[in-house]
Design a protein. Structure first.
Ligand code: DGI
Ligand code: FE
Ligand code: FE
Length: 200
């Protein structure tokens, strides 16, 4: 499936501004995929479909989570978190896109998780830093994003958690798992650099 075909599938499900966001996420994801050597074709499709389920009826999404093999604990958290996992399911069912790499990147794009693939990180980050985003801290993440994917994801996870805590919002476990994973990765990288083991 090429980009224009994919966009034609997605457009009827999105508002105009969400569709424009999707295009910016797609362009950003392709740039990141080039820098970090992810599949450009997969990054493009995952980005086009990442918010596919964003405007599904809340009760419909609840039913998918109840009926299908999706984490039930999602139901105890804000429905904003549902469109990633439900999106992955519906992109497979309705569009017929079965590539697990693409579906996982869609699944994790809002919360992140531990042990994300490069493609997962590319989509997580592209959604966070696309040029239409203007929240505090985004510029630092943009700068990191061209150099160190893990450091950029760490900052994004940290900012998201700080933001949610400042609003007294519950935080989904995978959001914490992402944060904890990236802090460990960065500590290890720093140790290696300080001990002259770069690249080993
Ligand atoms: O769909 P988008 O708006 O493009 O972006 P997104 O899928 O990253 O969703 C962003 C929203 O999700 C943002 O308001 C923060 C929220 N979010 C991310 N992680 C968590 C979370 N909300 C809660 N309550 N808990 C989380 O762990
Ligand atoms: Fe989203
Ligand atoms: Fe998005």
């Amino acid at each position: 499936m090429d980009r224009s075909e994919a966009l034609a599938f997605v457009q009827p499900h999105l508002t105009k501004s969400r569709f424009e966001h999707t295009i910016r996420v797609t362009d950003t994801a392709i740039e990141l995929a080039k820098i970090f050597d992810a599949s450009i074709e997969k990054a493009e499709l995952a980005a086009v479909f990442h918010d596919y389920a964003k405007y599904r009826d809340k009760e419909e999404m609840r039913r998918w989570i109840e009926q299908e093999y999706l984490p039930k604990d999602l139901l105890m958290y804000h429905h904003e978190l549902w469109h990633g996992p439900v999106g992955a399911l519906l992109v497979k069912r309705e569009i017929g896109l079965g590539d697990p790499d693409i579906l996982n990147a869609i699944r994790w794009h809002t919360t992140g998780t531990a042990h994300m693939t490069i493609l997962d990180k590319v989509i997580y980050l592209a959604d966070y830093i696309e040029p239409g985003r203007s929240f505090p801290g985004v510029e630092e993440v943009r700068e990191l994003a061209s150099e160190d994917l893990d450091a950029a994801c760490f900052e994004a996870a940290k900012n998201t958690i700080s933001f949610l805590m400042s609003k007294n919002q519950p935080i989904y476990p995978d959001t914490f798992h992402a944060y904890n994973h990236f802090i460990n990765v960065l500590v290890k990288k720093n140790w290696r650099q300080q001990n002259g083991k770069v690249g080993k």
